[in-house]
Design a protein around this ligand. Structure first.
Ligand code: NAD
Ligand code: IPM
Ligand code: MN
Length: 347
C-alpha cells in the first residue's frame, strides 16, 4: 500500500476548520486504498505576529519533499495586511513550485440550487497561477503626496502563456472540446494582444478544439447569462481569480468552489486548497461549509493517482448534498456536513 507524505498548512480563520474537515474525510477515503502521513505547519498570521514572517526562511524548501501540500486559507487583515500575509506564504509557494495551472471546477452539486435559473453548466476554469498581474513587479514613487505614482507591472512570458494555454487545450480535448480564452485585448494592447496571438498559434495545433476569444467584461456577463455554453475557460492570474469567485457564486457560494494548484511536470509538489479565504466574518462560528475543501481533497487524490478514492469522495459529497445537507449557508454546522460526507463514504 502506498503512503503519501502530506504537508498541511491550515492557515487562518475558517482555513483551520475546513482543513480539519478535509483531512477527516481523507482518512475515511484512505481506508484499504492507501496510507498517508501528515505534517502540520502552523504558518499563519498568528505565526507572523510571533515570528515576524509568515513562514521560516527555508519554508519553501521544507515543503519540497512532500507528495502534496494541502492549504486551508491565509489572511487575517485585522492584524496583518493582506499584502504581507499572502506575499509571505501562499503566493511564493505557487511560484516557487511552478504550480502554474490553477484548476477550478464550477458546476452545481446534486441538491444545490444556486442563484441562477440555469442548470447543467460544467465549467473548468484554468487560471494562470505564477505570473501576469501577480508578478510582484512595480513600485511607488513619492514626489510629494499630490504627485505620488504607483505602478504594478504585469509580466507575461511566451513560455508562461504558452504552457497555460496548452494545458487548457489538453483539458478541452479531454472534455467537450470547447476552449474560451479570456483577455482584455481591446484595452490592454501588449500583454493581452500577445496572449491572443499565442492562443491562435496553438489553436492550429488543436484543430479538434473549438476556440473562442472573449473579453473579461463580456465573459463575466456570459457566466451569469449562459454558463451552460462554456466548457474550459483559460484566463490570466487576476482575471482567473475574479472569474472563479463568480464561478463559486453561480455554483451556490464560496463554500463549494475547489481549487488545485498544479505543477504539471511534477518537478515539485502541487497544492490543494478551496477557492475561498479565511472568512473572518464567520470564523469561530462553526458554520463554514467544508465542501470546497473536501472537493479539493478529491482533486489531490486524482493528482496522486488515486482515481477511485477521488471518485468516492466526490460521490460522497453529492450523496450528502443530494440529501439536502449543507446546500444553503448556515443550514448545517461544519461538523454535520463533514459527518454526512464521511457516512456516505463508509456506507
Ligand atoms: P473570503 O473568501 O474569505 O470570504 C468571502 C465571503 O464568503 C464571506 O462572506 C465569507 O463568510 C464567505 N465564505 C467564504 N468561504 C466560505 C465557506 N467555506 N462557507 C461559508 N461561507 C464562506 O474572502 P475575503 O473576505 O475577501 O477574504 C478574507 C481573508 O482571506 C483575506 O485576508 C483574504 O486576503 C484571504 N483570502 C485568502 C485566500 C487563500 O488563502 N487562498 C483566498 C481568498 C481570500
Ligand atoms: C485565491 C485568492 C488569492 C489569489 C489571494 C488571497 C492572494 O484570492 O486563491 O483565489 O488572488 O490568488
Ligand atoms: Mn480569489
Amino acid at each position: 500500500m502506498k503512503t503519501y507524505n502530506l504537508a498541511l498548512i491550515p492557515g487562518d480563520g475558517i482555513g483551520v476548520d475546513v482543513t480539519d474537515a478535509a483531512i477527516e474525510v481523507l482518512g475515511a477515503a484512505a481506508k484499504d486504498r492507501f496510507a498517508f502521513k501528515t505534517t502540520t505547519f502552523p504558518w499563519s498570521c498568528e505565526y507572523y505576529l510571533e515570528h515576524g514572517s509568515m513562514m521560516p526562511d527555508d519554508g519553501v524548501e521544507t515543503l519540497r519533499g512532500f507528495d502534496a501540500i494541502y492549504l486551508g486559507a491565509v489572511g487575517w487583515p485585522e492584524t496583518v495586511p493582506d499584502s504581507v500575509s499572502l506575499h509571505g506564504l501562499l503566493l511564493p509557494i505557487r511560484k516557487a513550485f511552478n504550480q502554474y495551472a490553477n484548476i477550478r471546477p464550477h458546476r452545481l452539486l446534486a441538491g444545490v440550487e444556486g442563484p441562477l435559473k440555469t442548470e447543467g453548466f460544467d465549467i473548468l476554469c484554468i487560471r494562470e497561477n505564477t505570473e501576469g498581474e501577480y508578478s510582484g513587479a512595480g513600485g511607488r514613487v513619492h514626489q510629494g503626496k499630490d504627485n505620488e505614482v504607483a505602478v504594478e507591472t504585469s509580466v507575461f512570458t511566451r513560455a508562461g502563456v504558452e504552457r497555460i494555454l496548452r494545458f487548457g487545450f489538453e483539458q478541452a480535448r479531454a472534455r467537450r472540446g470547447l476552449l474560451t480564452s479570456v483577455t482584455k485585448s481591446n484595452a490592454q494592447k501588449y500583454s493581452m494582444v500577445f496572449w491572443d496571438e499565442v492562443t491562435r498559434e496553438l489553436a492550429a495545433e488543436y484543430p479538434d478544439v473549438t476556440v473562442s476569444h472573449m473579453h473579461i467584461d463580456a465573459m463575466a456577463a456570459k457566466m451569469v447569462m449562459a454558463p451552460q455554453d462554456l466548457d474550459v475557460v483559460v484566463a490570466s492570474n487576476l482575471f482567473g481569480d475574479i472569474l472563479t469567485d463568480l464561478g463559486a457564486a453561480i455554483q451556490g457560494g464560496l463554500g463549494f468552489a475547489a481549487s488545485a494548484n498544479i505543477n504539471p511536470d511534477r518537478s515539485a509538489p502541487s497544492m490543494f486548497e478551496p477557492v475561498h479565504g479565511s472568512a473572518p466574518d464567520i470564523a469561530g462560528k462553526n458554520i463554514a461549509n467544508p465542501i470546497a475543501a473536501i472537493w479539493s481533497v478529491a482533486q489531490m487524490l486524482e493528482h496522486l493517482g488515486e482515481a477511485d478514492a477521488a471518485a468516492a469522495v466526490l460521490g460522497a459529497i453529492e450523496t450528502a448534498t443530494g440529501k439536502g445537507i449543507g446546500i444553503r449557508p448556515g443550514l448545517n454546522t461544519t461538523q454535520e456536513i463533514t459527518a454526512a460526507v464521511i457516512a456516505a463514504l463508509e456506507a
